[in-house]
Design a protein around this ligand. Structure first.
Ligand code: CA
Length: 242
């Protein structure tokens, strides 16, 4: 299996106002097996980033309304660590430096070689997938205030009582446990649990979390295991932080 097979399903957002460039990028990246979404303004891009999970954003700096650097800065302020590859106009070194300072991961100067772009994209996507790699969790997971049997789709709460959870609740529980101690973004949860293009409201996830707290927290108002981080996502911690 070549490394490129592993990134086949990666979803990329291309933010570019010049149609010829965005069409060329879409065509060539789709040929590489990536799923491509397009945005031609900064505000459109930000809206999409809020609603969907992307493995990488290719972000032009010179955009109408809002420049790419501001777009990047806004994304980072939302604690979103999606890899960002800047495209900058030729000769504007200050743009590139500013872009990297504001949280970009890499940049390319226009006009660029397609092959170089593809290599940089692949590198960033693979690096990100490695970071997002879940920790291995056994079929029966036990922690201080509960036991979860992922194979049997059942769990035992803080009092040892058996609780039935829905498939989606189980999937969310597993995802959070696989990222024990890490914040999992709302958009990542939506992509993994609900899949592309089917988006329940944030309330749905909140309700799941409330349910988990009821089952597994001694004091559901002061949770020590299931945390919601406002505007960012959710986090499971198996142990109480002292
Ligand atoms: Ca442009």
């Amino acid at each position: 299996m070549s490394s490129r097979d592993k990134v086949t399903k990666a979803s990329l957002l291309v933010v570019e106002d010049e149609e010829t460039i965005s069409e060329m990028l879409q065509l060539n990246l789709e040929l590489e097996g990536y799923e491509i979404s397009l945005a031609n303004t900064g505000p459109k891009a930000l809206k999409m980033v809020n609603n969907e999970y992307f493995d990488l954003i290719i972000l032009d700096i010179m955009l109408p309304d809002m420049d790419g650097i501001t777009v990047c800065e806004t994304i980072r302020m939302q604690h979103n660590n999606v890899p960002i590859l800047f495209l900058s106009a030729k000769g504007s070194a200050s743009d590139r430096i500013e872009g990297l300072k504001k949280g970009g991961d890499d940049y390319l100067t226009k006009p660029f070689e397609l092959e170089e772009l593809l290599l940089r994209v692949e590198k960033l996507v693979l690096k990100n997938q490695k970071i997002m790699q879940p920790q291995a969790v056994s079929e029966v997971y036990e922690f201080e205030s509960g036991k979860i049997d992922f194979a049997a789709h059942e769990c035992f709460d803080k009092n040892g009582e058996r609780q039935e959870l829905s498939k989606k609740e189980m999937a969310l529980l597993k995802l959070l446990i696989e990222h024990d101690g890490e914040t999992v973004s709302r958009s990542y949860i939506l992509q993994v649990i609900w899949g592309y293009n089917v988006y329940p409201t944030t309330r749905t996830i909140d309700n799941f979390i409330l349910g988990f707290r009821k089952h597994f927290e001694q004091d559901s108002r002061n949770p020590i295991h299931f945390h919601s981080i406002r505007g960012v996502g959710y986090k499971f911690t198996s142990k109480e932080k002292k």
